[in-house]
Design a binder for this molecule. Structure first.
Ligand SMILES: *Cc1c(COP(=O)(O)O)cnc(C)c1O
Length: 472
């Protein structure tokens, strides 16, 4: 494709992008295609001859779009948000065009120095501890893996990296709440701890990890000759938004020499709101902290902010510099590939810069406060609605509920709510997902899409009421 052809198509695409943003509400939120139906429309072999862009784009609209779930639909109340915003999309266009590999300072000084500055901006915006140093990772899962690897090296005196964990003869355990994200167990598998060495500690009625149970589990392990290597605390659990007491968890972990990682993938963005800073009380005792601007801070995936108190320890764990990556005359510079598992890095700081400058902190604060208020409105409405039951309290902009029509026995409620959820999502007018609470099937209601307004939440509430009414 020559430059002039690119120019022509790019202009047309930008028009399509703006129309999509303006009209995304016209699409069903969740794709409802049958499994395999998209693949069936894609030829089994690549074309021998190049095709005109018009033909490719036509297939994008005809084949791809109907198979998309529209995460930027303002009636997206499922999972957690994966925010995008116009300035972030514009930055992504530039990042793709520059197409730089930003693994070393020398391979893109601006990307490296921008990343450092943006991590400082975010640390100030969230009021993080002064000595935290950050880098951008692709996902919270990657940041949590890095933290687990740091914990492993601390517990083995850097021997696991060198000799392999098995030859150290040590058994290491990881502790997290039973509500912790699956990335903790996955990271523990990958880092060689083993899934069986992840202690899933029960939670209290507020979905926070039970401190007595945590202390007891650690003591049991110590008595059995197992080293407590890492405690993962959670601010804003995935199922119901549960929040661990970071200060108390860190105290317990530290008294046993364990590394502390704090997973605030979703809720961390709300630390830009001074009235929510209490969530992170005790963070100054933690070794590592992650949150995802790509969830709730208007920045396109991927952009996960990972902070550590001791970057030297992170680099001892992850840096490996063969001759072909040695740079010369670059003393005193940061090579962020030494801070993460992958070598290659996109220029991800650019979109943060665009977002933070376009909205300013006060613009972002206004938006998050609106989401939190709208979630409270939804919560209060359903709480007052006969036949509905709030099953977990509002945490920031997330709560869970279930429909509990009079006379329907408890043992039928799971199947009933599962059918209700399917019926809601099949309308295409809103999208919710479920979780299990003490074995019970409940529906999550999460508000966080960039453009969600009161009318979207009210329409969703009407939809829930009407669908439930027509149901029984
Ligand atoms: C979403 C989420 C994750 C995983 O985030 P990725 O960036 O997709 O890896 C981890 N922990 C919590 C609490 C989350 O909500």
């Amino acid at each position: 494709m020559d430059t002039e052809t690119f120019r022509r198509h790019a202009h047309a695409l930008v028009d399509w992008m703006a129309d999509y943003m303006a009209g995304v509400e016209e699409y069903p939120v969740r794709a409802s295609v049958a499994p395999g139906s998209i693949a069936a429309q894609l030829p089994e072999a690549p074309p021998e001859q190049g095709e005109p862009f018009e033909a490719i784009f036509k297939d994008f609209t005809d084949i791809v779009l109907p198979g998309m779930t529209h995460w930027q639909h303002p009636s997206f109340f499922a999972y957690f948000p994966a925010n995008a915003s116009p300035p972030s999309v514009l930055a992504e266009m530039l990042t793709s065009t520059l197409a730089a590999q930003c693994m070393l300072w020398q391979t893109s000084p601006a990307a490296t120095e921008m990343e450092g500055r943006m991590m400082e901006w975010l640390a100030r915006a969230l009021d993080l501890p002064q000595d935290f140093r950050g880098s951008i990772q692709a996902s919270a899962s990657e940041a949590t893996l890095s933290a687990l690897l740091m914990a492993r090296e601390r517990a083995t005196g850097d021997a696991a990296n060198k000799e392999g964990l098995s030859s150290t003869g040590q058994r290491l355990a990881v502790y997290c709440s039973e509500d912790a994200h699956s990335s903790v167990e996955k990271g523990a598998r990958v880092a060689g701890f083993g899934a069986d060495m992840v202690r899933k500690i029960p939670v209290d009625e507020n979905r926070a990890v039970r401190l007595d149970a945590l202390e007891a589990a650690i003591r049991r392990d110590v008595a059995a000759g197992i080293t407590p290597a890492c405690v993962v605390a959670c601010i804003g659990g995935t199922g119901t938004g549960g929040m661990d007491d970071v200060w108390a968890v860190s105290q317990i972990a530290r008294s046993h020499g364990a590394f502390v990682h704090v997973d605030a993938a979703w809720a961390g963005s709300a630390l830009i709101l001074p009235e929510w800073r209490w969530m992170a009380d005790g963070l100054e005792l933690a070794d590592s902290f992650v949150f995802n601007p790509h969830k709730w801070l208007l920045t396109n995936f991927d952009c996960s902010a990972h902070y550590v108190r001791d970057p030297e320890a992170l680099m001892r764990t992850l840096s490996l510099v063969p001759e072909y990556l040695r740079t010369h005359g670059a003393n005193g510079v940061t090579d962020y590939s030494n801070w993460s598992v992958p070598l290659g890095r996109r220029f991800r700081a650019l979109k943060l810069w665009f977002v933070l400058r376009s909205y300013g902190l006060s613009g972002l604060q206004t938006l998050l406060r609106r989401h939190i208020e709208l979630a409270k409105h939804a919560h209060d409405t359903l709480a007052a609605e006969p036949g509905f039951e709030i099953t977990s309290p509002l945490k920031l902009a997330l709560f869970t509920f279930r429909h509990r029509p009079e006379g329907l026995p408890e043992e039928e409620l799971d199947a009933h709510n599962e059918r209700l959820l399917t019926a809601l999502n099949d309308t295409g007018k809103a999208y919710f997902t479920q979780t299990r609470l003490g074995g019970r099937y409940v529906i999550r209601f999460q508000v966080g899409q960039t453009n969600t307004e009161t009318r979207h939440v009210n329409a969703a509430l009407d939809l829930i009421r009407e669908t439930a009414r027509g149901f029984r």
